[in-house]
Design a protein around this ligand. Structure first.
Ligand code: 5GP
Ligand code: ZN
Length: 111
């Protein structure tokens, strides 16, 4: 997708170190961390909203959520973490490419 910052990161057009990568997703550090550790799990396929999910995209989302617990230790997310998927304007989504925030590395404030 043209002009999508996360598609550019996935394509390597904008350099961003990958803490994890497989055929369906990458994990990078958020550029403006909201917690001691703040990662973004970004599917390699462009779509903005959970509402757009078809079977193929559902497999991608499932893969992301299944993979996160497998890499939580290597990401330093010991002792728990918060998972956030902002959706649309009211949800505070600023990048219209679906992504999963992983926040941790400290005791987070009550939600
Ligand atoms: P949203 O507000 O859409 O849920 O989250 C977008 C996140 O992407 C924000 O937390 C923002 O700091 C992060 N972000 C925006 N641009 C970049 C970038 O170029 N590199 C990285 N690593 N994170 C970015
Ligand atoms: Zn994109």
């Amino acid at each position: 997708m043209e002009n999508c910052i996360f598609c550019k990161i996935v394509a390597g057009e904008i350099p961003s170190p990958r803490l994890y990568e497989d055929d369906k997703m990458i994990v990078i550090k958020d550029i403006e961390p909201k917690a001691k550790l703040h990662y973004l799990c970004i599917p390699k396929t462009h779509f903005a909203l959970l509402a757009e999910m078809d079977e193929e995209k559902a497999e991608i989302v499932k893969h992301c959520f299944a993979t996160i617990p497998k890499i939580e230790e290597q990401l330093g997310l010991c002792g728990g973490y918060r998972v956030i998927v902002n959706q649309g304007e009211n949800g505070g989504q600023t990048v219209p490419h679906l992504h999963i925030h992983l926040l941790g590395g400290e005791k987070l404030a009550d939600f």
